[in-house]
Design a protein around this ligand. Structure first.
Ligand code: 3H9
Length: 646
């Protein structure tokens, strides 16, 4: 069946793109659109053309899977030009998302109509590229430079009502979009809007561009596409249409072949594959109508907030009334914060909180579909919880532990029906961080595992299946990363140089700054526990600092000193003194060498994790690092960026 078809409603032709799943602009679609322009221009009975899409969305952009191959004609800029300069006016009828090349096609149309829930955008920078078919050149002409800079350099789509305000769409069609668009086409004004390619570009003062460049450079750190996109927008206002198109296309093709674009494509496809692992194809998840969380501390409250954000009613269990109150107060703080940041209305925040029932009574869980335990990280405490859950929960309720380091098999010991038990490792703050490590035990059945993945989809999280080992995937690599950072310090590299190198690499913080923020004592206590259990755990530099009372920012110092009320790290004489005997006088290393050492160590641990089957795919390890540990997305993750392709 053809991916582009033409139907007739009197004098209106309806061109429909049907290229599942998202109507991407593959070669066949581009060719189909060119053929449609030619056919309809030649048809004297056609007065106007509605461009619509079948399925869940309007054209979602260029076909990203074609980006590793040479571009095939007809090229998208020519397709958009053909639509724009067609003898018959084309009208885009947008539902779902008109993104990237999809929005560029819509920009070629004389009118853009949108369903109320539709969105439009130019997300190319999120793929390490710039729009390649006139997105920068036409948007400045349609909606002005401020809107264009926002749309193109952030890549964030805007919803139809806002798009209408910004002039990116002409009208919102409530009700049936196809018939609304046909009615609109039947009643076009005598004077049609001038095609964007024939309109003058706005005149923009130099200071606007300088200011925008400063702001964007600060935001994007090492990512190149946003500033290159800004350069395209600027050029679009400085030279004529054809020259601006040429500049944009050259930039697009250059970036398309770049390392950053390859990395971002790798992440794009890994993220889309993660929620639906092939091994679970056809396995139905249990239905989740409600959930419960045991423990209302930082982690438990974050998990409860995430469940509420997804619309599930939640029971929050704590050991006494005071702890229930504290747990509910933690949740209130989370929702209040969302109101302050403009993410929730006050009414919505109240409704979220009203959907949480606090209790000390486990029998309240008799009809709960999913229970997530998030109590203190100690085996005996967790076992007590599952002992109670085993007695009160339905036999088919999914019972999950949120543990970071304990062995889920030990936690589940003695649980009746261990096939419905699973590890769900959330990252703090659990209502914000995207990563969810899903850790089945050998007894977990596939339905329970599929329910873990279904939960991740419901919560909008990136799920990665992890096998059982100390720290699973993420914390195991973190341990290696920190050990390598300490090894550099032992060999004489300054603590601040290590942190600066990793910031320059793209992390928000270096490994030592991050430990000072989170506290050095958690990992210390864990090492001490292992030592107490008779394991041979060598003394770390961090241990020396904690023993001296330096646990991080909360104690006024860790790897660095801090002045009261100030989070800026200051080099510490005390630390130099404490570690004096451990550090060899060494030569300084440059930032790239430091980053190579640390990322190399992460990747080697990743290789071991793959070899042991703890992770299934290298790309999943990359997702863990990007979504759980702040690894710069545009580098593709440690496995990608140390591989031949990266
Ligand atoms: C561009 O347009 C450049 C132009 O300026 C220049 C050209 C010259 N290509 O996300 P989902 C697949 S750059 C190929 O789960 P949703 C995806 O892999 C492009 N495949 O759906 C998945 O496959 P599978 C600018 C694509 O309903 C399936 O579709 N556009 C593409 O949650 C479903 O995806 C973008 O960046 C693509 N462009 O969300 C838009 N997009 O089933 C990217 C998706 O085999 N796409 N797939 O795993 C999206 O943001 C979302 O897919 C969308 C739907 C919001 C559309």
């Amino acid at each position: 069946m053809s991916v582009v078809t033409i139907a007739r409603e009197g004098k209106i032709a309806v061109v429909t793109v049907d290229n599942p799943p998202v109507n991407a602009l593959s070669q066949a679609v581009r060719q189909g659109l060119c053929d449609a322009v030619a056919a309809l221009d030649a048809d004297p009975d056609v007065a106007a053309v509605v461009l619509a899409c079948a399925g869940r969305t309007f054209i979602a952009g260029a076909d990203v899977s074609e980006f590793d191959k040479p571009p095939q004609p007809p090229h998208l800029p020519d397709v958009v030009a053909a639509i724009e300069l067609a003898a018959k006016p084309w009208i885009a009828a947008i539902h779902g998302s008109a993104l990237g090349g999809g929005f560029e096609v819509a920009l070629g149309c004389r009118f853009r109509l949108a369903a109320p829930e539709a969105s439009v955008g130019l997300p190319e920078v999120t793929l390490g590229i710039v729009p390649g078919a006139g997105g920068t050149v036409r948007t400045v002409r349609l909606a002005g430079v401020e809107t264009a800079v926002d749309l193109v350099t952030t890549g964030k789509p805007v919803r139809a009502p806002r798009a209408l305000e910004l002039g990116l769409v002409d009208r919102i069609i409530v009700g049936d979009l196809r018939s609304g668009a046909i009615a609109f086409a039947q009643d076009l004004p005598d004077e049609l809007p001038v095609p964007l390619s024939l309109r003058p570009a706005p005149t923009v003062p130099e200071a606007f561009w300088d200011n925008a460049e400063t702001i964007i450079a600060k935001r994007v750190k090492g990512e190149t596409a946003p500033l290159r996109a800004l350069a395209c927008l600027r050029r679009a206002t400085e030279v004529d249409f054809a020259a601006a198109m040429q500049f944009e296309r050259t930039t697009f093709l250059d970036l398309r072949a770049s390392k950053q674009a390859a990395a971002l494509r790798h992440v794009f496809f890994a993220e889309r594959a993660a929620p639906r692992p092939a091994a679970l194809a056809g396995i139905e998840a249990r239905s989740l109508r409600n959930a419960a969380v045991i423990g209302g501390g930082t982690m438990g409250a974050g998990i409860a907030a995430a469940l509420r954000d997804a619309g599930l009613p939640v029971i929050l269990i704590e050991r006494d009334d005071a702890a229930v109150e504290r747990g509910l107060a933690n949740l209130k703080t989370i929702f209040d914060g969302a109101v302050k940041r403009g993410r929730l209305t006050e009414a919505a925040a109240e409704a979220r909180l009203a959907g949480v029932t606090g209790s000390t009574d486990y029998t309240a869980l008799a009809d709960t579909d999913l229970v997530i335990e998030a109590v203190f990280e100690e085996l005996s405490v967790k076992r007590q919880v599952f002992d109670a859950l085993g007695r009160v929960c339905r036999a088919d309720a999914v019972l999950a532990t949120n543990t970071s380091y304990l062995d889920p098999r030990e936690i589940a010991k003695g649980l009746p029906g261990p096939d419905r038990f699973i590890g769900l490792h959330f990252f703090s703050p659990a209502n914000v961080m995207k990563l969810l490590e899903i850790v089945p035990t050998p007894e977990t059945d596939n339905t329970t595992l599929a329910t873990g993945f279904a939960l991740a989809r419901l919560l909008g999280k990136v799920p990665v299946r992890a096998g059982i080992c100390e720290g699973f995937i993420g914390n195991r690599i973190l341990k290696r990363y920190r050990a390598e950072a300490e090894a550099l310090v032992r060999q004489g590299v300054a603590i601040a140089d290590v942190d600066a190198a990793m910031r320059a690499f793209g992390f928000a913080m270096g490994p030592f700054e991050a430990q000072d923020l989170g506290g050095l004592d958690i990992a210390f206590l864990q090492r001490e526990g292992a030592r107490a259990a008779g394991r041979d755990v060598p003394e770390t530099l961090g241990d020396i600092l904690v023993r001296a009372g330096r646990k991080g920012q909360k104690t006024g110092g860790g790897w660095y000193d801090y002045e009261a009320g100030d989070r800026r790290p200051l080099r510490s004489q005390d630390v130099a003194q404490l570690l004096r005997d451990q550090i060899k006088p060494g030569t300084a290393l440059d930032a790239a060498t430091i980053a190579d050492r640390l990322v190399g160590a992460m990747a080697r641990e990743g290789e071991a994790i793959l070899a042991e089957g703890v992770a299934e795919k290298a790309s999943e390890i990359d997702l863990v690092e990007i979504h759980g540990y702040g690894f710069p997305r545009w580098r593709g993750g440690p496995m990608f960026c140390t591989s031949a392709g990266g």
